[in-house]
Design a protein around this ligand. Structure first.
Ligand code: PLP
Length: 354
């Protein structure tokens, strides 16, 4: 692996932070003063640069725009009550990023760039991490092919960047979910396990149609039988049946292995629940609902952490839940937040100090 030389750092003259307030800012709209940019060429990564946040100049023939070699990650940094910043489980995001890279025939990004670059960038923009509870700094690492030529083949050149966006409270209202039977997100042998840009473009139509019918999101089903549950929009999904939390397993390669999913599994076990990662059919869900053993359904992801699901619609059948009385999903959220904001000890080694 290439050993990376020192970072090249070029700081802004004046921070944009003077012009904006970090209270109640919407998700993904504002970006910090700096960004990280690194080029890959001739089989090696060049010197990483941290520079003022700015537009990229791209050739119209840019390979990524035509053939979709583009992957990304979503990570968050938090400040504890004393103002000390840390990143939540960034090594797990780095591993997943490099699995996505491999699937899309892109180069691996070494730790000295991915993690050290993220650390240095956040250190420089640390004043942008909101100090309030329910606020955080969203971190978006991404990579795309940058050959300037048309023709379907892996690129010789790539760009890796990290941008940062401060974000306010994410009021995730309990969701109404439509079980999707017409469109599919991922198929065995495909690239559903990768955080690759095309997975999201391809999912927009299903979401739009579900929204037209009055639902917030779709519950994706398997591509062959439309029978087994996969994910809920861009979140992993858990069903609490009796004293067991069931979430779809990762074996099929059709599900994104969420870091929040993994954290939730740990915290559900800590709460004394049994956790099963396995196939779960819509029939089993309906049977449990009718038997009164289906207690809670929730989605997990970095942006909203835990999102409660108050209604599930399958064909003509509607399942409704009284989320007010739920304790399991809300317990997981409370505990996860307490660890992130340094209110409870980081028993699982999830925080990476900056
Ligand atoms: C990012 C993502 C998730 C959630 O992953 P986290 O690591 O928990 O943020 C789940 N499903 C899809 C499709 C995703 O893109």
């Amino acid at each position: 692996m290439t050993v990376v030389a020192d970072f090249k750092i070029n700081r802004v003259q004046r921070s944009k932070l003077e012009d904006i307030s970090l209270e109640n800012i919407p998700f993904g709209k504002y970006f910090t003063d700096h960004m990280l940019e690194v080029d890959y060429e001739n089989g090696e990564w060049k010197t990483p640069e941290i520079k003022p946040y700015q537009p990229l100049q791209l050739d119209p023939s840019l390979a990524a725009l035509h053939y979709g070699q583009a992957i990304f990650e979503g990570v968050k940094a938090y400040k504890d009550e004393d103002g000390n910043p840390s990143i939540f489980r960034p090594l797990d995001n780095m591993r997943r990023f490099n699995l996505s890279a491999e699937r899309m025939q892109m180069p691996v990004v070494p730790e000295e760039i991915f993690l050290e670059g993220m650390r240095q960038l956040i250190d420089i923009d640390r004043d942008w991490i909101p100090a309030k509870e329910n606020h955080s700094l969203y971190i978006r690492p991404f990579m795309f092919s940058s050959d300037e030529a048309i023709g379907v083949r892996p690129s010789d050149k790539y760009k890796f960047l990290i941008i940062l966006s401060p974000t306010g409270p994410y009021y995730a209202n309990p969701m109404r979910i439509y079980v999707e039977e017409k469109y599919v997100r991922a198929v065995e042998g495909g690239y559903g396990f990768a955080k690759a840009a095309g997975n999201y473009g391809g999912a927009l139509l299903a979401s739009a149609e579900a929204q037209k019918k009055g639902y917030d999101q779709v519950l994706w089903m398997d591509a062959f039988e439309h029978k087994y549950v996969q994910e809920c929009g861009t979140m992993n999904v858990f069903f609490v049946i009796g004293n067991t939390a069931v979430t779809p397993g990762l074996d099929s390669g059709t599900i994104l292995a969420g870091v929040t999913r993994d954290s939730a599994i740990t915290l559900l076990k800590e709460q004394g629940l049994k956790v099963e990662e396995r196939q779960l059919s819509i029939d089993e869900i309906i049977s449990a609902y009718e038997a009164g053993t289906l207690k809670e359904i929730f989605g997990t992801g970095t942006a909203a952490t835990i999102s409660l699901i108050r209604e599930l619609r399958y064909k003509d059948y509607t399942m409704k839940f009284d989320v007010e009385n739920w304790t399991i999903a809300t317990g997981v959220k409370r505990r996860m937040d307490a660890i992130k904001y340094g209110k409870e000890t980081d028993d699982f080694g999830w925080l990476y100090k900056i």
